[in-house]
Design a binder for this molecule. Sequence first.
Ligand SMILES: C[S@@+](CC[C@H](N)C(=O)[O-])C[C@H]1O[C@@H](n2cnc3c(N)ncnc32)[C@H](O)[C@@H]1O
Length: 415
Amino acid sequence: MTQYAFLFGNHPTLSLAELLSFLANHKIPYGKYEMLNDILIIDIQKSPNYIAQLQNELGGVIKIFAVKADFKGKIYELEKILTLDKLMKEFFAQKEHKINFGISVYSDPDPTYAEMTWLNNFAYSIKRRLKDDYSIRYIEDRSSRLSSVQVERNRLIDTGAEIALIRDRDHYYVGKTLSVQDYASYSERDWDKPSPDAKSGMLPPKLAQILLNLARGSRTKVIYDPFCGSGIVLQEALLLDLNIYGSDIAEDAIKNTINNLDWFIKLKKLPKLNLQTHIKEADATKTKWEKLNSAETAIVTEPYLGPPLKKILFGRDAEQTAKELGELYFNFFKNLQKNFPAVKRIGMVFPIFKTRDGLRYIEVLDQIKQLGYTPKQVLAKELIKKDASISKRGGFLYSRPDQLVIRELFFFEKK
Ligand SMILES: C[S@@+](CC[C@H](N)C(=O)[O-])C[C@H]1O[C@@H](n2cnc3c(N)ncnc32)[C@H](O)[C@@H]1O
């Protein structure tokens, strides 16, 4: 087993669930693991090259590091660990004439001013010792962490290294960055599509990936989104090499989805698809699609979440919308039970409305359970006990502080 560290984004518990589910679905053996705030330290039985390739398939992962050493004590011990010999063999392995490197510290609390000063001096001493043989540049930043953008722009992965120091009290892991999130590609997938759907709100591609990784199982080959909107779930499913089908009640949504997927397939040079036969107009509470009624199909969807909100509602104003959505979702599950009985896995977003009178949930889980669809306990209870990013009824929460609607994610299984 090799030890790796995964830096997660703003939703670490959800991202941990995504990663563990991904490893299980792909039958990738892993050993012990430990969460240190937003970083997971984990043993995985795969090579660094293999692990670096996973970056683009995991929406919740910001950076992946290979752990090269660990030590106990103070930060100054690093000097003994990162000898020139070790640096040249394990960090600057490409040994080209040019070396760019930087150091990031992941620590709670943040490193002190004295520690950062020492670390910068140490980095400059490395530079001094190598400068006669190499054109070497140290990327210094005022913050203790380099961003993915800085790592990418300074080509630290292919021309040198980002050295990561991950601290758990007096225990330090020393890692080398293997990959960083391809922020430019996510932004392109989010903002550049020809037919966005500003009205229904846009599902971030990263979240679509997380939903897909958590909803699918090792047998899943097909993804069906019955509220496909502008097609983001389907777009991300294509990138994960899954077969896709979508439907929506609105004619415009069908046009948008076909237009967007057509653009995406060309952009990513994916195999051509006859999209007209994969995307159709249909009401999710009534539709039937015989060939999708299979245990190889997983349904992944962000359904209609209610009218767009401009200001925070009073509790009573959210009441009517919550009731209508509850009915829509229940009727959707009733239709699944009737027309898609072989489909066993459903990943779905529910809205929670922030109101002046507190949070308003869509109260339909018990009825859905009675139809035979049970929300899966994705993470072991000990991992999530005190975690604020899980709703009172066990859904994962996904939101930004300024949003009036919180997304609550559930992954249902049918017995
Ligand atoms: C929030 S959007 C979906 C966004 C989509 N997940 C995406 O990735 O772009 C919700 C969609 O549900 C559709 N919708 C509303 N009621 C529906 C129904 N009964 N059956 C199917 N689609 C419906 C709307 O037309 C809208 O396009």
